[in-house]
Design a protein around this ligand. Structure first.
Ligand code: SF4
Ligand code: SF4
Length: 344
C-alpha cells in the first residue's frame, strides 16, 4: 500500500543559530565514510579552557543557540561533562553526537537534565549492514549504549547516513529504534566529503544514491517511523517544482568550528581552505580572499552552487540541458513528528 507522506519542510528560521563544534578530530573508529579530514581540520584536542572561550564567541545571553558537540568522537574528550555544563550556563541547547562508545563513563557523569540530546550514529539495522561501514562489533556496543541511555531517561536520537551501501536496509530501522525507545531519527544523505570523496579519477563514487532511490525510499520510511512515534528529520535534497531555493549561508546562522580554528558557514566546503571565518587569538575574524561566502549569493538553475562545483555528479539533466531536479541547500530539512502528525 502506498503511504501518503506528510513531511513538512522546515524553513530556515530567522535568528536561529546552530553551532557545530568539533572539539577534537581523534576517533576510536575508522568508518569507511568518515568525513573528518585532519589535514584540513587539524588534529588537536582542544583544552576545556579554550573550548569555554570559543563557546563564548558564539553564545547569546538573550537567545538560546543550538550547540552540537562533535568529533572525531566527542566522548573521548575527558572534560566533556564540564564542557556540557559550561555550554548550558551560556544559554546553549546542547547535543552530543557520539558513535555510541560513550567513553569516560559519560552516562554516569552527566544527568539527563544537564544534556538536552544524546545522538548515536548507526548505519544499519543489524551488524551485517552497520559493521562493514562503521567497524567490527560496533553495532552491539552502540545499540547496548543506546538502551542504557534510554533506561537512564536521556533524550536520545539516532543518525543514519544513507548511502548505496545501506539504503535497502533503512526500512528496518523504525522497528529497531522504536524497540530501543529512541525519540528522534535523523536520516542523512552521504556527502562527497572526506573518505567518500576520495576516488579514482574518471570513476564515479560508489557511495551515492540516485534521486529515484532517495525519493522512492526515504520519505515513505520517514513516515512509517513517525507512525511508530519517532520524530523524524531528513534533508530535502531535491526541491519540488515551484519551491523556493534558499542558501543557508544567506539566511541562517550556522557555524562549523574545527580544532585548527577554521569556521565554515557551509558544510560542503569543509574539505577546502575556503572557510569564511576563523578564530585567532580567541577572536572570531573574517578571512580574506575567495571564500565560501562569495558563492552564497550566486543564483543558478541547479540550486546549490557548492553542490554544482563540488559534486556535479549529483545533478542530472534533461535533453534540453535543464536540470531534472534543483538541489536544495544541504541544511534544509523536512520533518514528520509521530506525536502530532500521523498520516491517515
Ligand atoms: S565515528 Fe565519526 S569521526 Fe569516527 S571514524 Fe566514524 S565517521 Fe569518522
Ligand atoms: S549547501 Fe549550498 S545552499 Fe547550503 S549553505 Fe552551502 S552553498 Fe549554500
Amino acid at each position: 500500500m502506498t503511504q501518503k507522506t506528510i513531511a513538512r519542510t522546515v524553513g530556515f528560521k530567522l535568528g536561529e543559530r546552530n553551532v557545530f563544534f568539533h572539539i577534537l578530530t581523534a576517533c576510536n573508529l575508522s568508518c569507511s565514510h568518515c568525513y573528518i579530514n585532519p589535514p584540513q581540520h587539524g588534529t588537536a584536542t582542544l583544552s576545556k579552557e579554550l573550548i569555554f572561550r570559543w563557546l563564548q564567541l558564539f553564545a547569546r545571553k538573550d537567545q538560546p543557540s543550538n550547540l552540537i558537540l562533535l568529533g572525531g568522537e566527542p566522548t573521548m574528550h575527558p572534560d566533556l561533562p564540564a564542557i556540557i555544563r559550561a555550554a548550558k550556563s551560556m544559554n546553549y541547547t546542547v547535543t552530543v553526537d557520539s558513535n555510541g562508545y560513550l567513553f569516560h563513563d559519560l552516562l554516569n557523569r552527566i544527568t539527563p537534565q544537564e544534556l538536552d540530546y544524546l545522538s548515536f550514529s548507526l548505519d544499519g539495522p543489524d551488524p551485517s549492514v552497520n559493521d562493514p561501514i562503521r567497524g567490527e562489533g560496533v553495532f552491539e556496543i552502540c545499540t547496548g549504549n543506546m538502551r542504557r541511555a534510554v533506561e537512564k531517561k536521556f533524550n536520545t536520537s539516532a543518525i543514519y547516513t544513507v548511502s548505496s551501501r545501506n539504503i535497502e536496509h533503512l526500512h528496518k530501522m523504525p522497528a529497531l529504534l522504536s524497540d530501543i525507545g529512541i525519540k528522534r531519527f535523523f536520516i542523512q544523505v552521504i556527502g562527497l566529503r572526506g573518505k567518500p570523496a576520495e576516488r579514482i579519477p574518471g570513476q564515479e563514487s560508489n557511495w551515492q544514491v540516485t534521486p529515484e532511490q532517495w525519493l522512492d525510499i526515504v520519505p515513505g520510511i520517514a513516515q512509517s517511523a513517525a507512525e511508530k512515534g519517532l520524530h523524524v528529520i531528513f534533508p530535502k535534497v531535491y526541491l519540488d517544482p515551484g519551491e523556493v531555493f534558499e542558501c543557508a549561508g544567506n539566511v541562517a546562522e550556522n557555524y562549523f568550528i574545527f580544532p585548527n580554528g577554521r569556521v565554515y558557514r557551509c558544510p560542503l566546503c569543509e574539505d577546502y581552505p575556503i572557510h569564511s571565518l576563523c578564530i585567532e587569538d580567541d577572536q572570531l575574524q573574517k578571512t580574506e580572499g575567495l571564500n565560501e561566502d562569495r558563492f552564497f549569493p550566486l543564483s543558478i538553475p541547479e540550486g546549490c552552487v557548492m553542490n554544482k562545483l563540488l559534486q556535479p555528479e549529483n545533478i542530472e539533466y534533461q535533453g534540453d540541458g535543464t536540470p531534472k531536479h534543483r538541489i536544495s541547500c544541504c541544511l534544509l530539512k523536512q520533518e514528520v513528528d509521530g506525536k502530532n502528525n500521523i498520516a491517515k
